[in-house]
Design a binder for this molecule. Sequence first.
Ligand code: ADP
Ligand code: MG
Length: 620
Amino acid sequence: MNKIHVLDEKTAGQIAAGEVIERPAGVLKELLENSVDAGATAVHINIEGGGRELIRINDDGCGMSPEDLAASVLRHATSKINRFEDLNTLHTFGFRGEALYSVAAVSRMSMTSCTDGGDGSRLEIEGGKVLAQSPAPAIRGTTVEIKDLFFNVPARLKFLKSASYERACLLKVVEESALANLQVGYTVVSSGREVYRMPAQPDNSAQSVLARAKEILGEEVAGSLINKDFEELGLRIFITPPDKLVASRDLQFMFINRRPIESKTIQQAVYRAYQNVRPKDRHPAFIIYMEKDPASFDVNIHPQKRDIRFADERGMFNLIMKTVTETVFAAATAVEMKPQVAEQPAAPLPVLDEKISTPAPAQSTELFESKAPEISAEPSLSLTENAFTPRPTFMLRETDAPAPQSAPVAAPQPIAKSVDTNKKEPAWWHGPYHYLGQLEKTYLVFENPDGLVLIDQHAAQERVLYEKYLDAFEARKVTVQDLMFPIHVDLPPSNAETLMSWADWLKGAGFEISQFSPRTILVSTVPSMLRFKEDNMKAFIESLAQVVGDPAKSDDTLKRKMVALLACKKAIKAHDQISAAEAEGLLENMKKCRDGMHCPHGRPCVAVLGTKDIAKLFGR
Ligand code: ADP
Ligand code: MG
């Protein structure tokens, strides 16, 4: 057996680095936090090769003396806390004194820094080893340059994704930092191309938030945000009203004390506030700022300091739900709500992200103790293989909150049975049928020797289209149609970057895209079998960034299915009025489908009302 020994400094450093930084975006996040902590009013960021080759950040903050510069890369070197108790009163981002030490351990790093009126100094480090320190020009501020990240940790290197994926992550970090620190100006140049130039805002007023939001969310979304401040509660809410919801779920930002965070509690509270007015495939864009006593929440549960646990999760849920409701619906009285939105049945809470299946700490079960939260799988976003078979209407949250102990209630039995999925070809399938007509412009009614067969016309059309398109896609035989006028889609640059990294793949799907500007994507072809209205096309592209960019959905077959599903959902379906021949043609096409019994989202599209059931209705 090996003897116990203390890890050498180099190995220890690399392990520590693994906890602090997973990818280039993690490095940039730490460096940006340091610049903001140093009181910078302008930061310039340069990226090459998705951050793997180079991340350089220059700030005009307080700088460091030559001695501090040398000390800054030591483990647990920090100017921000002295004692453990300081953690509770912390108002800076950094505190562990690990970031520079960790980054230095896994890269070739140089830092140049100078305080006001002090001496400039430059430090060079490689794989954690200080190579040299030398005098440098006395320009106040700090420049940190990271080259060849993970050059000495091949395992980490392998784990990195394409340069454009990493670039998208880097931009996301900048976007969050920029929304959190309005009075700091940011420029970002990636591979020689300027992606962002955001001037410092004069203050933290709502106007400044909106000006910044415009640069990040785009003019249209930012322009639709409504704002309400709840000063005494330390809350500022900027959110899209029900008639301006967006297709993407990516435009949701939350901050506590200017720190970007993730909190399912908060996200779910927002969705709860929208539950009666939100169509399933539309999402609020929002920026929520919270100022909270650092003692009332714990940011330390995750090394990357994102997931927040509140001392009073339930209180937080209620607070956010109430304030969002007030923000949105106080304003909504003035907003004419589209009937189509208002009449939508309550859209259930979405499954908020892939991490939903990770077990959460036990205390969060009491989050919703009175109402066991029921979150329905949302087809377009939580699609898994089994979404192609009927899915359960409700799933419990990951916390396994106990189901409500309700007394059994006899549910009204629908007379028309939807067709059993397992039996692929029911009796009426082959039998002669006769088209009787259309009900509510939605259901096609056929009779056959066994009774009545009802077809959900739109669901059936979507199924037929979906299989046809998916087959072509899988066979790499999607024929395309050039758009006379390419469609412009505005996206946050990080999303545009993600999409562009999938451009070749999307070409195979029939969508040819190109980048018009850091935030604008041009769509120049669509599959010939799909037709889109411009708005739907935009919504499709916005959601697409989410589907393709999510590493959890890396399986290619699954991705193809998701993209096909999304495309067919947004495509224009045949007109409502349908001739007998068209109705019969549709039924025949359904029979040819692999799963003609269900729409692509798993809902049944056929129901049978047997002659026996009909007889029963009349007491025969
Ligand atoms: P932490 O931020 O947790 O203190 P870091 O390793 O990120 O730890 O940084 C160590 C120290 O180096 C900081 O506490 C700060 O004093 C100094 N420092 C780092 N970056 C900068 C910068 N851009 N400007 C001025 N000082 C900096
Ligand atoms: Mg730091």
